[in-house]
Design a protein around this ligand. Structure first.
Ligand SMILES: [Zn+2]
Length: 152
């Protein structure tokens, strides 16, 4: 994986190192080592992302090839008030979405609908009922704990 980390607090060495290690761990758990090698990821840290965009994180496909997405940008709220555990849990959540895009479980249409596995969902499906969000919430804590147990 080619990993870039920039933005707010990215000069904080401890945060940088934790994000770097966690991103690789999560990717290898979710995608396997072989696929992880083909991924390009930029983690962009933003101050007050939640206030500005109403979310703690986003995962965007940035490459042109939507049929075979390999380039991504994950944006995270890295405001000072959040501790590492929180930021790394949001990273785990967004990495689940990255996995969903890579494995083509999740696909966003330009007209606004979302394809999940073999079904299309309208934009109006409530956030809590979106199966890709359920999976991300289910896995984020487990992923973080697996990472945290082995991290010094
Ligand atoms: Zn999500």
């Amino acid at each position: 994986m080619n990993l870039y980390i920039d933005g707010y607090r990215s000069h904080n060495k401890e945060l940088f190192r934790a994000l770097e290690n966690a991103a690789f761990d999560y990717a290898e758990i979710l995608l396997g080592k072989r696929m992880t090698k083909h991924i390009q990821l930029e983690i962009k840290l933003t101050k007050d992302l939640k206030k500005k965009e109403k979310a703690y994180g986003f995962c965007h496909i940035i490459g042109d090839d939507l049929n075979k997405p390999r380039e991504f940008m994950i944006e995270l709220d890295a405001s000072m008030k959040w501790d590492f555990a929180q930021i790394l849990t949001w990273l785990a959540h967004e990495m689940v979405h990255l996995k969903q895009f890579v494995k083509k479980e999740l696909f966003d249409y330009e007209y606004g609908a979302t394809q999940w596995k073999s079904r299309a969902y309208s934009k109006k499906v409530h956030y809590d009922d979106q199966p890709w969000e359920k999976e991300a919430y289910r896995l984020e804590g487990e992923l973080y704990e697996m990472f945290e147990e082995n991290y010094e």
